[in-house]
Design a protein around this ligand. Sequence first.
Ligand code: CA
Length: 516
Amino acid sequence: MKLNKTLLLLALASSCMQLFAQKQQTAAASKRPNIVIIISDDHAYQTISAYGSKLMKTPNIDRIANEGVRFDKAYVTNSICGPSRAVILTGKYSHKNGFRDNESSVFNGDQDSFAKQLQRGGYQTAWIGKWHLESKPQGFDFWQVLPNQGQYFNPDFDMMDGSKKRIDGYVTNVITDEAENWLDKRDDSKPFCLVIGHKATHRVWLPDTADLGRFDKVNFPLPANFYDTYQNRKAAEIQDMSIEKTMLMGYDLKMFGSDDKENKDGNFSRMNAAQRAKIDAYYKPIEAQFNVLNLQGKALTEWKFQRYMRDYLSTATSLDRNIGRTLDYLDQHGLSKNTIVIYLSDQGFYMGEHGWFDKRWIYEESFRTPMVMRYPGMVKAGTVSNRFVMNLDIAPTVLDAAGLAIPKDVQGISMLPALKNQADKGRQVLYYHYYENGEHSVSPHFGIRTKRYKLIRFYKRVAGWELYDLQKDPHEMDNKYGKKGYGTITADLYKELNRQINKFEDKDALQILKDR
Ligand code: CA
């Protein structure tokens, strides 16, 4: 009998403690921050005023940086659209999450992700806009995504019930509208995580009609290495992503040569009559003038560069304006104080450096990405961070902020401890691996970047090594691999590359090194 009484008391005590723990959890949950992650596509840090760009003003991205932290050394693990999103979702490198390239990969949505973890932890989750992972989103209470790359005008969306929905308007405005609609309807008893995936500023840089001609009076300076001849850099020499040779007069620059060709272009044929009239009223006189000029050689290449810059920056104007709309929504609904806002691009982009557009390379302009974060109460306004962070760190950072455990197999690092503790040096080396071997003819490669050096191993299309001293050669024009005086540093970097490959268990890279 005595034993039974003791058991009863123990059981009572235990259930009381459980109740207490539950109450504590509810209290913690109500204080947990909301999370808004805005991911743009191909948005170059060189065009963002927070990063010192003189090309245009981006007041709303700048606002996030001014009210939070600007990461000046933010990088991606694999500089291309789909793979970057898979890395962001999972916190794992491409060889672990399985989505290596845009040509053949399909994301296995059954694997774990920060969205699933947040959902299990009591968050309401949504992804709206560009997704580009070729399988249905999982881990989201709501999703509404652009099929593949999506369209700039009157975009179609894949809906949760399997239907397609076309929404009239310009894609960046429409995605922001739909994000607001979801926020209006959400269950406000729970914290939320909303990912807004913008299509802008992806090729073909088609601006909103409201932004046409915004940069027409500007003559943009050519980057110093615009006429790069790629000496001693075989992979760079054989690429197919130059403004001169690759950028198309019709598809990219909207100079179609005939109405018939323009009508056949999918981006144009889907516009309604009013949109088309405005677009034509802008581009047709430019084309007529271009035809009179009859440009050749460098004059033609530089004309293409100016047109590229104007279209790209006009498209980015709408992106920044719509980021401002999302910030305003949070203000107007009393959400700003308890909401983390992260803005990043899926990678960087070339604005004529090396003569290029596009991305893919471990070279700085595509490897580095813009990333800013506002986290009231945690991050001091106006913080500038020079630590190495990556898109790999988004998943563990949001889990950390939500007070959830970071699974052991996540390869990224929460950015929060280093922001709290300035003495924390964080990551010292960045590891990169690009796989795609198709469009734009960029050879697959992997490599590391330290604070000063970069060691790169190309394979498949080109087999070879490159070494850069970023202190002496920030534009990566002078490949020092195999040059006199660089033996010791090369050996050290080679060891470090091996360490990184082993650390992240990149078996393919390890095999390539063994075969050399
Ligand atoms: Ca991209």
